[in-house]
Every structure is written in C-alpha cells, then in structure tokens.
Design a protein around this ligand. Structure first.
Ligand code: UN1
Length: 507
C-alpha cells in the first residue's frame, strides 16, 4: 500500500539522485552524451543518456541472435517465472519508478502510480500467456495413424521501440510479450525517457533474464532506423506516431532478408458523442478526464467532442466550469491535475495549432498558466470550437479539446465523419438510449468503444487496447491474441503406423 506522507519524503530525497542510461553492453568508446531535464523545469537535470553507437547496435543484435534459441528452448513456464520475478522487483522499486515518472516524464503522482501498475500488470499478464500458450504442443485432429501438433516459438530478435508518454508501461509491455513468446529483444526507448527504461532493464536482468536476451539501446530516431534496417531483426513492435510507423514499414519492406512482422500502435483522432439523454455531471467528469488527464498526452485521449445541439450550451458551460477548476502546475506537487507536455517541440507545435485556430476565427477558450510556467514546457489547457472533425488535419497530442455541435438527425453523418479521419482508436459515447448505442457501435470503425464513461486508461486483460486503420495494426495490447503475434507457428505431422507409408494418401 502507498502511504502518502512517507512516500512524499522519499520522493523528495530521490529528487537529488542523478541517473544514467547507456547501452546494456556499453563499449569503452566515447559516445554522445545528452542531458535529460525535467519537462516542467528545463534547468533541472535528472540524468544523462549515452546513445548506442553503430557498432554497438550491430553487436547487440548479434548477441541477441546468438542467445535466442536458448531463450526459446527454456519454454513458457520458465520464461513466465522470470517475468514474474521482474514484476516483483518492479514493485519493490516503486519509489524510484514514481520519482522517474515525475521527473523525467513530467507525470503527476496519480499518473505515475497508474503507469507502474500497468507495467506490473503487463509483466504478469504476458507471463501467464507464456504459460498458457507456450508450455507444450497443441494437439490437432487427424486420422488414425497420424499425429498432428502445433507449437509456438519465438521468431528471433524483436526490436521494441517505445514512446515517451508511457515510458515504463509500454516500454516494458512490448518486450515482455516478445520475451514471453521466446524472442530476444533489443529495446530503444524514446529519446526523452531513457532513464526509466534503463532502470526497468536493469531490474529485469536482476530478476534473471539474461542481459543478452533483453538489451537497451538508447538513442534518437537514427538508432531506431539502424535497428529496423538490419535484416536480422525478425519483427518490430512500435508504439508512437502514425508517420513513424509508416516509415518503419517502408524500411522493413526495403530490407533484403526475411519478411518481418510489424506490430504498430499509433495515433488517433478520438471522438466522443454526447446526446440529449446523457447525464451532464457524468459527461463533464468524463470529458475532462479523457481530454486533459496526462495533459492529453495519451493516444487514447479525447480530441473532438460532438454534442447534440439541444444540450450543447448547457454541456459546454459545465465542461468549461470544470476546466477552469483544473490545477495546472508542477507535477511533483500533490495538488496538480495537469503537468507539462514532454518537450519544447511538443509545446511549440501545440501552440502553433491554437494560434492557427484563433486566426481562423474559431471560438477558443484557454486557461491562464501559473507563475513560473515559463521554466518548463507548459501548454495552457484549451477548448476550441470547430465545425467538423474533418477540419483537423493531424493529431494534436496535448491538452486541447475541440468541440463540435450536431443535430440529432445528423448522427449518422457524425459517425461517418469520425470514420473518415482514417484513424480508429478510441470512441466515447454518452447516451442513455440503447438504440443509439447499438447504432454507433455497429457503424464506428474503432478499436476501443467506451459507453457512459471516460475513454482513457484501458486496463490490461479487461480492456485490451489498440486501433485500426491509421491507428495501428493490432492485435490489442493486454489481450488474448497479443503474445501469439510475436511467435511463429510450427506444425509437426508424424506417421505413427508401424509399416511406415502415409496412411492418409494410401487409404
Ligand atoms: C498510448 O497512449 O500510447 O488506454 C497508448 C489508455 C492507454 C493508452 C496507451 N492504454 O489510455
């Protein structure tokens, strides 16, 4: 259990700790070292990142390839035990993880706690999947005199490339699945959040996962490109922007070698529909959480709220009231609801979007920022009125909510417009009308559909997560089909008749 007072004391102490991220097998060579600063206070250094050099990437893949058959041969049960031992160690290191989530990624304490919870859930869930699907052959039917069975094995070396917005949960989630399936892993964390990744990898090694089987390769996009262009990489699990996923897809296609698997979880243009039967207080709470929690930096976050015109003014007034009450500030302070965005680039791209909309004469409401906000990457939470979701050309990854008014008779067109964005990640609906729910559910092309609740915070196993179209390839993370996608299937067919000769063909 988290006891708050002593925890805050320990977090204050950890604020003095300086961290380092470097490649798992770091050569003596001098690589480029970059500082990692707090997003909410760019003058405060949390640690440093030493990027993987080209030859270190090359050697990492060689090591991972050499050990992969042995790791695969361990079998599902032994791999499960190692992943579970890692989960235990993660829980023992709660303070350090919470501290790093706050300092390196600018997360509030609530988001940090949820992040660690999800990381541990992923480790335990995929461990169980290893046990369930990788503990021996699955018998297949066949005629007398023939034995058929199917086994799942690792594909080889998987590259796992993860985003800064879930620097622990997603960073560890995809490698855990890849390892569960019998692959070895080279993992490149986001360039903004390598420190928490380095701690996660170190604890996995302490838990008994061989260093060669799970290696950290810090760096920016070039390191990622180097990894994915190597023909020895059997598959890539990527979470991040749609554009980067498309670039990885092209790079895999251009390689001269085996055809690689790509598992991508990308962006969204997530909408919520609110009709006149919805309960206003509940809508208000869920809209604010979906759009602004984590400073809107979730791929599941609500971007465009469609409100039926009969209740539009009333709903918008209530949402704006709750929005005015949000506490924006230092994520290390307990009272803060909304912290910074990740870095100066994110801030300026969000600011450009708001400026364009203001110029285009949309109605725009913005919160005022706190004193001292200029020291960090704060973006004032913003609400922007739009005519249509199709006015947006790209995902705005931050605390910006767009609102659109619709007529009850236009519900079909609203769903068509949402589908026409090409994204298909989350969709929210607030309605007490079952026919409306059934209609939207049957037409909307989305991965996760949430009714009368918020649309973020998918829970491992209960709400497997992932989208379609521009939002990703599937299968859903934390779901029953995820781990199998990291594996290759082998069918063994044995003639068991004494005489030899194929019973089936001769019959
Ligand atoms: C992401 O933001 O990259 O449901 C995906 C949620 C999270 C989203 C993770 N599982 O809010």
């Amino acid at each position: 259990p988290l006891v708050l007072e002593p925890l805050l004391g320990r977090l204050a102490e950890l604020d003095r700790k300086h961290w380092r991220a470097e490649p798992t097998f770091c050569s003596g060579a001098e690589g480029e070292v970059a500082p990692i600063n707090k997003p909410h206070d760019l003058s405060a250094e949390v640690g440093t990142r030493r990027d993987a050099l080209d030859f270190e990437v090359e050697e990492a893949i060689t090591r991972a390839e050499d050990i992969q058959p042995g790791w695969n041969a361990l079998g599902g049960e032994k791999r499960a035990l190692l992943l579970e031992a890692a989960a235990d160690l993660f829980e023992e290191h709660t303070d350090e993880f919470l501290s790093l989530c706050q300092r390196e990624a600018g997360k509030t304490l609530l988001d940090a706690v949820l992040e660690l919870r999800e990381a541990v859930d992923f480790l335990r869930f995929y461990a169980n999947e290893a046990r369930r699907q990788f503990s021996g052959p699955m018998p297949l039917p066949g005629p007398t005199g023939e034995e058929n069975r199917l086994t799942l094995n690792g594909r080889g070396v998987f590259a796992c490339i993860s985003p800064w917005n879930f620097p622990l949960a997603i960073f560890i989630g995809t490698p855990a699945a890849a390892l569960a399936a019998g692959n070895t892993v080279v993992a490149k964390p986001a360039e903004q959040t390598p420190l928490i990744a380095a701690l996660a990898v170190r604890l996995c090694h302490e838990a008994g996962i061989p260093e060669e089987a799970f290696q950290l390769l810090p760096g920016a996009g070039e390191v990622g490109e180097l990894i994915t262009s190597d023909p020895r990489i059997a598959g890539v699990a990527f979470t991040g922007s749609t554009q980067t996923a498309q670039a990885i897809n092209r790079s895999l296609a251009a390689r001269d070698g085996p055809i690689a698997t790509l598992i991508a979880e990308t962006g969204g243009q997530n909408a919520m529909i609110v009709d006149s039967t919805a309960l206003p207080e509940q809508v208000t709470r869920d809209v604010v959480a979906s759009a602004f929690q984590s400073a809107g930096q979730r791929c599941s976050a609500l971007r465009v709220l469609h409100i039926q015109e009969d209740v539009y003014d009333e709903m918008l007034t209530m949402i704006r009231g709750a929005f005015e009450a949000l506490h924006i500030g230092n994520p290390e302070h307990l009272a803060t609801d909304i912290g910074p965005v990740i870095d100066p680039d994110a801030k300026s791209s969000l600011e450009r979007h708001v400026a364009r909309r203001k110029k285009g004469s949309s109605n725009v409401w913005r919160r005022r920022l706190h004193r001292g906000a200029a020291a960090g990457c704060f973006v004032a939470p913003t609400i922007i009125e739009l005519d249509s979701i199709l006015d947006l050309k790209r995902e705005n990854f931050g605390p910006i909510l767009h609102v659109v008014r619709y007529k009850a008779s236009d519900l079909g067109r609203v769903v068509e417009d949402i589908n026409a964005t090409g994204y298909g990640l989350t969709l929210g609906l607030h309605s007490r009308n079952d026919d409306t729910r059934a209609f939207v559910e049957s037409r909307a092309k989305v991965g996760n559909f949430y009714v009368n609740r918020n649309q973020i915070g998918a829970v491992v196993e209960s709400q497997p997560f992932g989208g379609e179209g521009l939002s990703g390839t599937g299968p859903k993370a934390g779901g029953p089909h995820y781990v199998a996608r990291f594996a290759t299937e082998r069918v063994v067919c044995i003639d068991t008749t004494a005489a030899g000769g194929n019973a089936t063909l001769l019959a």
